[in-house]
Design a protein around this ligand. Sequence first.
Ligand code: VG1
Ligand code: CO
Length: 564
Amino acid sequence: MENSPLQVLTVATAPYPDQRPSSSGLRKKVSVFQFKRSYLHNFIQSIFSSIDLRDRQGSTMVVGGDGRFFNRAAIEVIVQMAAANGVGRLIIGHHGIMSTPAVPCVIRKYKAIGGIILTASHNPGGPDGDFGIKFNTANGGPASEAVTSKIFQISRTLEKFAICPGLRVDLETLGKQAFDLENKFKPLTVEIVDSVESYANLLRNIFDFAALKDLLSGENPIRVRIDAMHGVLGPYVKRILCKELGCPAISAINCVPMEDFGGQHPDPNLTDAAELVDSMRDGSFDFGAAFDGDGDRNMILGKHGFFVTPSDSLAVIADNIFCIPYFQHSGVRGFARSMPTSTALDRVAKATKIEIYETPAGWKFFGNLMDAGLVSLCGEESFGTGGDHIREKDGLWAVLAWLSIISTRRRSVEDIVKDHWLKYGRNYFTRYDYQNVDLDAVCDMMEDLEIMIADKTFVKQRFAVKDKIFQVEKADNFEYTDPVDSSISRNQGLRIIFSDGSRIIYRLSGTGNDGATVRIYLDSYEKDLLFEDTQVMLSPLATIALKISQLHLRTGRIGPSIIT
Ligand code: VG1
Ligand code: CO
């Protein structure tokens, strides 16, 4: 205990109107959190106030971040505010760092009521980059919409926050620290933990580490290249893949977490992970993977940089799920994918007679399904894959899942994917992102589109591009009713589904930070033409998508900012 009890203050503040958590937490420019008076404090107070005092008093909470700029400063404030809000114990990652998938693992291990994750995920970092705050609840996963809207409501009228300004926590030393607070307040215990070890333990119980070790460092090992993109996963990759499974040092690149991710976007896609793609081109590596800043996303590559779309990756894992010991023991209850994700998974579900659920974009929608024992594997087209071992998408888990499939089947990544297409047919899938476009222009576009597709005459309408004709079979604004608690989420994206199963989907991003981001998702199924170029195959759909939305005219753009 410190010598004299620490003072607890109540500080007056004024509410901000824009603290609505989006697809995944609250994301803003670093400068907003750093320089707008009490911006961080207001949001953190709103989180604490959203928790019933009886649940909060003496409770345990988890705190950690992806190590980006402002991570440490934010943790200091969160600790001071947690103490003043009656939290009894804080479990914090060593150096303030914890991957997003490790947070649910630690929440459960310490029976915490929730966790605060400091990250803007795949958004760029550094003083001019983005910062973000995610809030997870007792099941380990992202807070539900009911909770995030409660936080938002509180933030809109917040008048004061509580803080213990004199409290200084040491993030460098593993172990316990105790702080005595004045008056009626109970003392606060802080525990600095090695989250890498807890997380490694979780994975050891899911995968066959001996078989993976043999694959990666046995007699005839495959050569892997893993790019942590200077995000949070570096230490996890080094410990688990290199130290424990025996990958050589050359396998792990960009594994030192950096506050600005080395100036790059920590986003695992073919554009931002170009260094990895380039290093694989000449065939020196059989398997490649990259992660995002907070370690929940993954990109899987085969030899020569063969790209596995996240939608295909999900379907392939589903089809080979019993290569993973965890599922041999626990069985497979159901699959789930976000609405924009390609329907490749649906074909596996149908063939294996396993139930499938379609949810809005964002991992929070999977949590209820997993808690209710309805779903065992889920994924999103945005490079997210995971099982029901935790309640977040899990980048390193996806890598070990793929390595387990390779180890069982003794086939290359490319062969595994091509076998899959031969068995099920292929969903060609692409996403166009138009970043930093005028918000009003795209809101008008979405409104007009919605009116157009809601018209009765839209169904059955035909669109001809070159020799292809598409007939609309169904069109709507996607609405989701949670099968567990019957809560309804509206306005989750406009979809046009054609009679051959092809789909065009329009959504506004909830995580972009400069102006608005429009996403157009194109998905089309082919039974016979299996080995064609994705962009060529999807160009007729793209033409229709652009024509009916008039996106280019409305935004003054001539093409997407990024295609994945
Ligand atoms: C994006 C993705 C969504 C994902 C979310 C959070 O949201 O589309 O699938 O769950 O990011 O991922 P949006 O609203 O921008 O489309 V993470 O790794 O950034 O927390
Ligand atoms: Co992420």
